[in-house]
Design a protein around this ligand. Structure first.
Ligand code: GAF
Length: 395
C-alpha cells in the first residue's frame, strides 16, 4: 500500500478509486532548448510521485499531500478565477500554497481542454505523496503534474493522450504556478521508457525512445544534488528565456531553433555580447543533442562524455546558469574518472549528473564529497538513478 493511499484513507475514511504515479526526470543533455523549439534528451528516473484519487458527491476539489499537514479545497467553478492569467504570471500567488497549485492547476487546465459535459466530471479528493527530491532539479513538479493528470483523466473519463497530459502539466506550471517553463519535463515524466531517453523535438512534439545501454555497458548514472535550492517561478530562468526570445527577434526568426551553428558568426555581429552568448548556448546545445543521439546509436554510451562536458561548459560560461557547487561536482566527478558530467535541469542550483563506470562509483562519490568539504560547501546528496518507466496506473 502506498503512502498516498494511506493519506487518502486518513483524508476521506474510504479507499481511493485509483492510484496513478509519474516519475521525476534527469536530463541527459539539451538544456534551455525546449522553450526555443529545440531538441532535448531527458530520461525518467525511478523516483515517483503517487496520486490517490476518488470522486466526491459535490463539486469541491480537495488536495492533500505529505508536503503539508493542511489539505486545500476549492470549488471546481472557482478554478478559472484562480488560474486564468497569462503564461508566466503567478495569478494564484498567495491564494493557495504553491504545492497545491500543481494539482489544482492540472485539474483547471484539464477542464479547460475538454468538453466537460461529455465527461464524468465531479468533485475529487486527491492525496499526493512524492519520492522525488524537491528543488534538486529532478522535476518533482512534472511528477506531481503527471500523476495528477493520469488520475484525473482516468476518473473523469477524459480520454487524454500522454501528449495532452504533458500540455496540461505545462499549462498548470506556466499559469497556476507562474513558472515560464517549457514542455521537456512533462513529456519526459509521462513518456519515459526503461533504459531509454526520450528524444523530443520541441517544435513538432515528436518523440523517439533512444536506447541508453548504461546497464548493459556496466555504467551508472550518479546524481549529485548540491542542495542549492532554485525556483523557476522567480529570477534567472525567466530572464534567460527573455534573452533567447530577444535574440530570436533581433535575428528575425520565429525561435532559436531556426538558427544553426553556421549562423553564429552573423549572430555575433548583430547581437550584444550577453544576448549572443545566450543564443550561442542554445544553438550549440541543439547540435549537441543531435550529436548525442547519433553517438549513442552508433557507438554507445561510453562515447558521449565529451558532449556532456561541452554542454556543462556552455551553461557555465555562455548561458551562465551554473553555480560553484555544480562546477565543483562536475570537476570532481571528471577527476575521479567519470565518462561525462554536467549540471542537469534549469540551473541556479539543483543537481549534476555523472556517467561513471560501476566499479568507480564509490571512488567518484568520495572524491565529490571531499571536494565539497574542501570548498566549504554543504555535503551533497549523492545517489544513482536508472532510466525508468513513465506514467503508470498503480491501482
Ligand atoms: C526546467 C524547465 F521546467 C524545463 O522546461 C527546461 O526548460 C529546463 O528547466 C531547462 O532545460 O526543468
Amino acid at each position: 500500500m502506498s503512502t498516498a493511499t494511506e493519506l487518502f484513507r486518513q483524508l476521506t475514511g474510504s479507499e481511493p478509486e485509483r492510484v496513478w504515479s509519474a516519475p521525476g526526470r534527469a536530463n541527459l543533455i539539451g538544456e534551455h532548448t525546449d522553450y526555443n523549439e529545440g531538441f532535448v534528451l531527458p530520461f525518467a528516473i525511478e523516483h515517483r510521485t503517487h496520486a490517490a484519487v476518488g470522486r466526491r458527491s459535490d463539486n469541491i476539489i480537495r488536495v492533500a499531500s505529505t508536503f503539508d499537514p493542511n489539505p486545500v479545497e476549492v470549488a471546481l467553478v472557482e478554478l478559472p478565477a484562480l488560474f486564468g492569467g497569462a503564461p508566466g504570471e503567478a495569478v494564484s500567488s498567495g491564494a493557495v500554497p504553491e504545492w497545491a497549485a500543481y494539482p489544482l492547476g492540472v485539474a483547471w487546465a484539464a477542464l479547460a481542454r475538454v468538453d466537460a459535459s461529455h465527461a464524468d466530471v465531479a468533485g475529487l479528493d486527491i492525496a499526493i505523496d512524492s519520492e522525488v527530491p524537491v528543488g534538486a532539479g529532478l522535476s518533482s513538479s512534472a511528477a506531481i503534474e503527471g500523476a495528477t493528470a493520469g488520475a484525473i483523466d482516468d476518473v473523469w473519463g477524459l480520454g487524454l493522450s500522454l501528449l495532452d497530459m504533458a500540455k496540461i502539466g505545462r499549462t498548470a506550471e506556466n499559469h497556476a504556478v507562474g513558472a515560464p517553463t517549457g514542455i521537456m519535463d512533462q513529456v519526459s515524466s509521462l513518456m519515459g521508457e526503461t533504459d531509454a531517453a526520450t528524444f523530443l523535438d520541441c517544435r513538432t512534439l515528436e518523440t523517439q525512445a533512444v536506447e541508453l545501454g548504461f546497464a548493459r555497458e556496466g555504467l551508472k548514472i550518479l546524481v549529485i544534488d548540491t542542495k542549492v535550492k532554485h525556483a523557476h517561478s522567480t529570477g534567472g530562468y525567466g530572464e534567460r528565456r527573455a534573452s533567447c526570445e530577444r535574440g530570436a527577434r533581433e535575428l528575425g526568426v520565429r525561435s532559436l531553433r531556426d538558427i544553426t551553428v553556421g549562423d553564429l558568426d552573423h549572430a555575433r555581429s548583430v547581437l550584444d555580447d550577453v544576448t549572443f552568448r545566450r543564443v550561442a548556448h542554445v544553438v550549440t546545445e541543439n547540435q549537441r543533442v543531435l550529436d548525442t543521439v547519433d553517438t549513442l546509436r552508433a557507438e554507445g554510451p561510453r562515447a558521449i562524455g565529451g558532449l556532456l562536458v561541452a554542454s556543462h561548459v556552455s551553461m557555465r560560461d555562455d548561458f551562465e546558469i551554473s553555480v560553484p557547487e555544480l562546477d565543483t561536482a562536475v570537476t570532481a566527478a571528471l577527476e575521479a574518472g567519470a565518462i561525462g558530467s554536467r549540471m542537469t535541469g534549469g540551473g541556479f542550483g539543483g543537481a549534476a549528473i555523472a556517467v561513471v563506470e560501476a566499479d568507480k562509483l564509490a571512488d567518484t562519490r568520495s572524491t565529490v564529497a571531499e571536494a565539497f568539504a574542501k570548498a566549504g560547501f554543504t555535503e551533497p546528496h549523492q545517489f544513482t538513478v536508472t532510466p525508468s518507466h513513465g506514467l503508470l496506473r498503480d491501482a
